[in-house]
Design a binder for this molecule. Structure first.
Ligand code: HEC
Ligand code: HEC
Length: 444
């Protein structure tokens, strides 16, 4: 866009400059060749009561010429200098945009480090925050760690305005508070813009993103893969790890052992990917649904972002965080009983309950259902048979890049969804992945 605008402007300036220079040259040549054709004499006699002024001869030659030439020189300066100035204008505009972006990004980075990194992690890679859950009257129920999403894909799923809305108003009742002035937070409009610019600067490339999504699925099936074939791969892994430990200070042995271990890890990876490919569509959809920041459970399944902590303390590191599904976690959950919501996949949290076949009633066809998951909800745009469309950074868009959705070309943030080669950035999930999730959700 900038390039195109720059070249039109540049061409126009170039054309005007050429016309002015060539025109001036022609004028000069014409004048030099035709100069010296002087007036033969004045037509009027001088009145006797008047002091003789400069003669016509003089007025019409040197005086007039001087005035004309100075006028011409001024005109030429204006005529040539202006187009020349315009020639540099697109570069200056682009330079200003680039400069402001750099400035916004670095100020946003400072804001981020100061106010957000403690939860969202260094570089926006995700983290946790210690918080507590309370009942409706504010009474303490339990201390938990809340899994805080990475921000490195936010602009694939949310438009710039939706991110602004999230920053302004937060996400009650999660630990994400209101940061912008409209929601009563401490940040000015410009500081919020600087943060958005910083978030834009840390977005993953489409390839990195696909890799991350797949990593999340592989991690979920790892235990199954290790247990398959009577634990054959698990035995290989244990052996390789033992060799690494046994190698100790022996450099050559350590190198060999590390290479063996990497080979086994590679085998686990390949087997996992094969395992995932061979799953039935709804089972693969379940993995995608539960895929952390890239999935759906964090908003649609109660307690999905919560990690309970145990009674023991790690020296210097606070309470021990209990793994999801561990026996210790089951104990804590049993103790809390009905004080906390039951962990029902798709049972509803920040996003609505998707169980009891509600999605079948909302969307008549799987295609319509997938269409909604692809583009997400937009402010005031109804969806399905009775969906309201709250917008404001609620249900994200999973199948198309929407960073630019409601910003126009004038916005300094515009252009995130256009890649350098001019093609459009893909969405976070592929159409097949969304079809898998829809197959899973329609069975809930
Ligand atoms: C106290 C911890 C905490 C702090 C500090 C915090 N956040 Fe968050 N933020 C969260 C949590 C938790 C969520 C996810 C809420 C949920 O589960 O839906 C979130 C969600 C978000 C989201 C939406 C991401 C998504 O994919 O849904 C954005 C964008 C965001 N935060 C930006 C920021 C920025 C920018 C700052 C600094 C000004 C910040 N946050 C500070 C905890 C925090
Ligand atoms: C950041 C939180 C969040 C995430 C992550 C999220 N959703 Fe949602 N979802 C919502 C919200 C909020 C709504 C309600 C939207 C509205 O009213 O505009 C919703 C609505 C829906 C609906 C419509 C339900 C109905 O009956 O109206 C479906 C289907 C859905 N989400 C599927 C998904 C799928 C599939 C994923 C994962 C690929 C997902 N959601 C991830 C927050 C989320």
């Amino acid at each position: 866009m900038h390039l195109l605008a720059a070249s039109t402007q540049r061409n126009l300036g170039m054309a005007i400059a050429v016309v002015a220079i060539v025109g001036f040259a022609i004028y000069l040549i014409y004048n030099v060749m035709w100069a010296g054709r002087r007036e033969k004499g004045s037509e009027l006699e001088l009145a006797p009561n008047r002091k003789p002024y400069l003669s016509d001869e003089e007025l019409e030659t040197s005086k007039l010429d001087l005035a004309l030439v100075s006028g011409l020189v001024t005109l030429v300066i204006i005529g040539v200098a202006l187009p020349l100035y315009w020639l540099g204008e697109p570069g200056r505009q682009q330079g200003y945009v680039d400069d402001s972006r750099r400035q916004f990004t670095s100020r946003g980075f400072e804001q981020y480090e100061e106010r957000c990194a403690s939860c969202h992690g260094g570089g926006g890679l995700g983290g946790t925050t210690a918080t507590s859950i309370t009942d409706d009257s504010g009474n303490f129920i339990a201390a938990i760690e809340w899994e805080v999403p990475a921000l490195t894909t936010a602009l694939y799923r949310f438009s710039e305005d939706e991110v602004r809305h999230i920053l302004n108003y937060g996400r009650p009742p999660t630990p994400m508070q209101a940061w912008g002035a409209p929601g009563g937070g401490p940040l000015t409009t410009q500081q919020v813009d600087e943060l958005i610019q910083y978030i834009q600067s840390i977005q993953l490339s489409p390839d990195e993103l696909q890799g991350e999504v797949l990593d999340g699925l592989v991690l979920q099936v790892r235990d199954d893969v290790l247990a398959a074939n009577d634990g054959d791969i698990a035995d290989q892994l244990a052996e390789a790890q033992e060799a690494v430990n046994a190698a100790g200070a022996d450099e050559i042995a350590a190198e060999n052992a590390a290479r063996e271990l990497a080979k086994v890890e590679e085998l686990i990876r390949e087997t996992s990917e094969q395992h995932i490919r061979n799953l039935d569509s709804p089972d693969r959809g379940e993995l995608l649904f539960n895929n952390g920041v890239y999935g759906c459970a964090r908003c649609h399944t109660p307690r999905d972002s919560w990690r309970f902590t145990g009674p023991e303390e790690q020296p210097g590191a606070g309470p021990v965080v209990l793994a999801r599904g561990s026996a210790e976690e089951a104990d804590v959950v049993a103790q809390l009983g009905s004080l906390i919501p039951a962990y029902i996949p798709g049972g509803g949290a920040f996003g609505p309950n998707l169980t009891n076949q509600v999605t079948l009633r909302q969307f008549d066809t799987a295609e319509g259902h997938a269409g909604f998951v692809t583009i997400g909800s937009e402010e005031g745009v109804g969806y399905g048979n009775f969906g309201q469309g709250d917008g404001g950074g609620q249900m994200p868009a999973f199948g198309v890049c929407v960073g630019d959705r409601d910003s126009n070309e004038q916005s300094p943030f515009y252009g995130f969804c256009t890649l350098e080669d001019g093609s459009t950035r893909p969405g976070m999930l592929t159409a097949e992945q969304i079809a898998d999730i829809v197959a899973y959700e329609r069975g809930l």
